[in-house]
Design a protein around this ligand. Sequence first.
Ligand SMILES: [Mn+2]
Length: 241
Amino acid sequence: MKMPDKLKQKYIKQKPNTWRYVIADIHGCAKTVKKLVEEVVVPSKSDQLFLLGDYIDRGPASGEVIDYILYLIEQGYAVYPLHGNHEENMLDDIKEYGKESLEMMVRKITKCPDLLDECGSLKERYVNFMQSLPYYYEMDDCFLVHAGFDFKKPEPFQDYSAMIQFYIDNESYDTSVLNEKRMIHGHRITEIDYIEKLVNEKSQIISLDNGCAYRKKHKIYDYTKLGNLCCLELNSACTKS
Ligand SMILES: [Mn+2]
C-alpha cells in the first residue's frame, strides 16, 4: 500500500505531568473499549491515549469502535491510533474486490456489516480513518507498534509489512536495535499471566494483546486466560526500576 511518508511513523513528544495509556487490539469490542476508557482509564484531555491497531473484525461492532475513536478525537482527547494488519487487509480488499464480493466478504467472512453504508460500500469515514493510520510511534523512552519490528531485516524501521504482521518470540528477540527503549506491541495473542509477568518484570518488550474477543472455547487458545482488553500506563512501564 502506497502512502505519504509522514504517515508511516511519527515521533511523539511526551507531555509533562500527564499519563500515557496504551490499549492493544480492540477487534470490534466497542462496549469493552468504552467501559475501559470511561470507567477504568478515565483519561483527562491532556493525557495521551495510544491505540495499537486492529480495531475491526472478530468482535460484534467494528464500525462502532472506529466511531468511538473518532468521537474521542473530536471531543479533544489526545488519541494516537496505529495501523494494524486487519485495517491493511481491509484496505487491500477494497482495491482487490468488486463491490459485491467486498460486501459479501465484509458481511459473511470478516463479519463487520456495520462498516457498510446502505449501498453496501465501506463507509467513507472508515476508509479515511484506516488510510490515515501511521505504522509506529516513537517516543523518548519507547516504541509503539502493532506487531513488532523485524530486526533481521537490513532496514527494520522501513519494513512496514513486518510492523503489522511480524510474530514476536519474546524469548529470542534481539532488542539491541531498540537503543534501550521499551517496545509495546499487540497482534500476538498473549495469555494474561504472561502479560502481567512482562509488566511486573518491567520487560523491555511488552505484548499487550489478550485477545479480548476470545471469550469462548477455542481450537488453538485457552480461552480462560484470554478475553481481557488490557491498558498499560506507559510512564510506569518505562521507568527503569
Ligand atoms: Mn493483528
